[in-house]
Design a protein around this ligand. Structure first.
Ligand code: ZN
Length: 122
């Protein structure tokens, strides 16, 4: 079970929430002055970092309010939750130390998975 702390309702199951989009993306003040490429970049291009990412979520099966969430995309660790009228907090991810420097959870890095002797088949 994955819990998300709604800033209005408290901690609830992830199934009550829906991801909306990248947080802190603002509509251009004068879109008529943009080139087609600039407009397309605004509409379609979003960051996709491995690490800390500011996301906008909605508590769809709860209060139906939007809020922002800072999440480490490598580990799914929620680092901060804040209302959309609040400033973005500064957060540092606490990545677990591994020999390769990769996060062991959600990284897709098989080299850091722990294999028990019984699972080796030898
Ligand atoms: Zn809520």
């Amino acid at each position: 079970m994955f819990l998300i702390p709604c800033p209005y309702c408290g901690e609830r199951d992830q199934s009550e929430f829906a991801y909306a989009y990248q947080a802190h993306v603002h509509r251009p003040k004068d879109p008529d002055r943009l080139t087609d490429k600039e407009w397309a970049d605004f509409v379609f291009i979003r960051d996709n970092p491995k690490g800390v990412f500011a996301e906008r979520w909605i508590h769809a099966a709860g209060c139906r309010r939007y809020f922002n969430l800072m999440r480490n995309t490598a580990t799914d660790e929620i680092l901060a939750v804040y209302r959309i009228d609040e400033p973005q907090p500064k957060v540092e991810p606490a990545l677990p130390a591994t020999p390769s420097g990769e996060a062991p959870i959600g990284s897709g890095n098989d080299a850091v998975k722990v294999v028990k002797p019984a699972e080796r088949g030898s």
